[in-house]
Design a protein around this ligand. Structure first.
Ligand code: GDP
Ligand code: MG
Length: 370
């Protein structure tokens, strides 16, 4: 699960990155200096130099100064699950996300105009679920590559008339790598040639055994097009979420992850962020990656203006000095001065690392020539 950047790792063990990259290659791992390797690979390489890697040390070195204080268990309250929809192209991911939004959001919010902000939240009998609105595993892996862990549950969409396809298996393997529970939505059951049993059979061969066959994977039959089975799917998501005991502390400064960001001509940098712990408030001073900001405005996916947002809430904010990247972590600080200082320190560190990278890519070049 934990990963370390190759360049950073080489520096930690006092070796040239080119040398580490070569060793990795001999282990069958192709990685560049900018990529991350897992803890096991790092341990293996280090042991070749007689160095023992301690997990804590490696992680603390790699993260900026973002080590989070442990929350007092008494301060934790349940938070909504964050769900990503994955699956093969044309199996109905976008249609399903639309169906969930339409059946659970628009109907209740008469006149509410849904905005695309990259994520939305739905309610079922007073309980909430947050959906990331960018389907597919590219977004998921891009986020993970930046160290972001935002998804609590993956809904794997498989068309009942098509069955398990290559991207179904890719999505499955990404979800497994991330250790995220999977709920299977067998979609397009309205089609005359729908064969949900075949989907179950095929997925069972890959270790996703349906509950009714004695396994522990939940399968839900849906028709995203006809809005069938949507509430059942949401119920199952809430059930899995309950078993996971997802908790957060709303009474502290917020931290979370950027879901998407853009430059708006009128409003400047606009970012959709997911609050993962604490509560984000208008006026908060924050740092996103190396960017300083102060929350000027905050809106939800219905375009409603908010003054604060608690755990698992996606909000669109303005007030950042630059456009961050999806997957960047944000963190609120006690005041402007502190946030500015942290942003500057990080920008400096980033520049240093970039300079080092230039130097290293020359090394790599030479080692290839030799
Ligand atoms: P994505 O590539 O996974 O996002 O798939 P889309 O949501 O774009 O759907 C691909 C096609 O399948 C579209 O033509 C949809 O209208 C159709 N589709 C999606 N869900 C259903 C369904 O439940 N039943 C039927 N009959 N068609 C569906
Ligand atoms: Mg789509």
């Amino acid at each position: 699960e934990e990963r370390v950047n190759v360049g950073e790792f080489a520096r930690m063990i006092g070796r040239e990155p080119a040398e580490v990259i070569k060793k990795l290659f001999m282990l069958g791992i192709v990685a560049t200096i900018n990529q991350d390797i897992d803890f096991d690979a790092a341990t293996l390489i280090a042991s070749e130099y007689g160095i023992e890697v301690e997990k804590k040390v490696v992680i603390n070195e790699v993260e900026f100064e973002t080590i989070e204080e442990q929350d007092d268990p008494a301060s934790l309250v349940p938070r909504p699950p964050v769900v990503t929809v994955m699956g093969h192209v044309d199996h109905g991911k976008t249609t399903l996300l639309d169906a969930i939004r339409k059946t659970r959001v628009a109907a209740q919010e008469a006149g509410g105009i849904t905005q695309h902000i990259g994520a939305y939240q739905v309610e079922l009998d007073g309980r909430f679920i947050t959906f990331l609105d960018t389907p597919g595993h590219e977004a998921f892996t891009a986020m993970r590559a930046r160290g972001a862990k935002v998804t609590d549950i993956v809904v794997l969409v498989v068309a009942a008339d098509d069955g398990v396809m290559p991207q179904t298996l890719e999505a499955l393997s990404h979800a497994r790598d991330a250790g995220v529970p999977i709920i299977v939505a067998v979609n397009k059951i309205d089609k005359p040639d729908a064969n949900p049993d075949r989907v179950k059979q095929e997925l069972a061969e890959h270790g996703l055994i349906p509950e009714e066959w004695g396994g522990d994977t939940i399968f839900v039959h849906v028709s995203a097009l006809r809005h069938q089975g949507i509430d059942e799917l949401l119920e199952m998501i809430l059930l899995v979420a309950e078993m996971r005991e997802l908790r957060a502390n709303p009474n502290k400064r917020a931290r979370g992850t950027v879901i998407e960001a853009k430059l708006d001509r009128g409003r400047g940098p606009v970012a959709t962020v997911l609050v993962q712990n604490g509560t984000l408030k208008v006026g908060d001073a924050l740092v996103v990656g190396t960017i300083y900001g102060r929350v000027r405005s905050m809106h939800d996916h219905l375009g409603r203006r908010l003054t604060e947002a608690g755990p698992s809430t996606p909000v669109e904010i303005t007030g950042l000095e630059d456009v961050p990247e999806a997957g960047d972590a944000f963190m609120v600080f006690e005041d402007d001065a502190k946030a500015k200082q942290i942003a500057e320190e990080r920008a400096l560190k980033k520049r240093e690392q970039e300079l080092k990278k230039k130097h290293v890519s020359l090394d790599e070049l030479f080692s290839q020539i030799q």
